[in-house]
Design a protein around this ligand. Structure first.
Ligand SMILES: [Zn+2]
Ligand SMILES: [Zn+2]
Length: 388
């Protein structure tokens, strides 16, 4: 009997090991920063630790100590490294490598529309398509904390921050290949997830630490496509109603927790003629008088997908064209203008951030919140793969 239990124990151990050892979280990921911006000159200031400036032969050119600033200025396909107004080196690509236990820096581009940003980790610099290409090699959990801050803001409940960290971590791991052709994992824009620098907020960093390594998976342990939006307006959206794939965990449901939150309501006015020309140009659709009445008196008590009875005009295209906050709106016409009264903010698929915030304040657990927005999901822990 004992042997039997021992065998079961070892089989169990084997499967447990399979579950967690198959995939790991990289300790460091490469994020393209200031992506999409044309930067030709910036200052680099060390805020923690010290940095070695290394060329592509791994030769150390320079050491930068805290609070000293180096300027990088592009000259064609090369760039100058400048200190105290004198050019020290001219290079084509370099790496600024942290040499202490904890290393962080500030980047301050000369572009007037860009503010300075702080980062942890290393920085790779080269020139591509006539501007600097900057890649932050950042400890994964520091990336998560920065992204939680930029994607959800300040003063939220610890449980909400943990939920946000879990889905940001999951989303990042699922999309690590997205920019592989450009030489990094993720960009720093909403195309991937907004990451405009490291977190400065202790409560966010604490929540990320408390949920360290945790991701959300389906019953087969596959990482979920953890999409999220600001406010669903009281009803979330099926994945196939926005995209094409019907995912079993992204199902439409009534959400009673977000309907009094800041993103719950909106109003706007558009010209009736603009709607007519949009229908005509986009769909070649000239509504009959009766159909036009239906469109100008369009109502949604619960979510619909089309604006017209013939199901030609998808609401997501209307939202896109007129830059509306959501597809969940009703129309009132005064003949010349269409007055739109809408609910929610964002595409409505997956987690509703303002609903999740309220659920956290009402004492819901992380599992309860995640299970409401991602059906039959569970949280698992993934090991971090050490680089050294
Ligand atoms: Zn991206
Ligand atoms: Zn909601």
């Amino acid at each position: 009997m004992r042997l039997k239990y021992l065998i079961i124990f070892f089989i169990g151990l084997f499967f447990f090991a399979q579950k967690t050892s198959g995939r790991t979280i990289p300790e460091i990921i490469d994020v393209g920063i200031f992506s999409g911006e044309s930067i030709n000159r910036f200052n680099f200031t060390v805020t923690h630790g010290r940095y070695l400036v290394c060329n592509n032969q791994h030769e150390k050119l320079l050491e930068i100590t805290p609070f000293s600033t180096i300027t990088f200025e592009r000259r064609g396909n090369q760039f100058n490294i400048i200190r105290n107004d004198s050019v020290l080196f001219t290079e084509i690509d370099i790496k600024l490598q942290g040499a202490a236990f904890h290393n962080s820096f500030i980047l301050n581009p000369s572009n007037r529309n860009l503010d300075l940003r702080g980062y942890d980790g290393d920085l790779k610099i080269d020139v591509e398509n006539g501007s600097f290409s900057l890649v932050n090699s950042v400890p994964f959990e520091s990336y998560v904390a920065g992204t939680v801050q930029w994607e959800s803001g300040f003063n939220h409940h610890d449980i909400f921050y943990q939920v946000q960290a879990i889905i940001i971590r999951t989303y990042a791991l699922r999309n690590l290949e997205r920019h592989s052709h450009e030489g990094f994992h993720l960009c720093d824009r909403v195309h991937c997830q907004a990451y405009y620098g490291k977190s400065t907020e202790a409560s966010i960093i604490a929540a990320v630490n408390r949920s360290r390594g945790e991701v959300v998976v389906d019953r087969n342990d596959n990482l979920l496509n953890t999409v999220y939006h600001a406010n669903c307006g009281g009803e979330t959206v099926n994945s196939e109603d926005l995209w094409t794939e019907a995912l079993p965990y992204l199902r439409s449901d009534k959400d009673t927790y977000c309907t009094d939150m800041p993103g719950a309501h909106w109003q706007t006015t558009i010209k009736a003629n603009d709607m007519r020309s949009f229908l005509q140009r986009r769909f070649g659709y000239n509504p009959t008088e009766n159909e036009w009445k239906g469109i100008t008196g369009f109502r949604q008590s619960s979510r619909r997908h089309f604006m017209d009875p013939g199901e030609r005009v998808q609401l997501r295209h209307v939202r896109e064209h007129f830059g509306l906050r959501s597809t969940y709106f009703s129309v009132l016409s005064d003949g010349e203008n269409l007055h739109l009264t809408g609910k929610g903010y964002g595409h409505g698929v997956g987690l509703c951030q303002e609903g999740a915030m309220q659920r956290a304040r009402h004492g819901h657990s992380r599992e309860e919140i995640l299970n409401f927005y991602y059906r039959n999901s569970s949280i698992i822990y993934m090991e971090t793969k050490e680089v050294w």
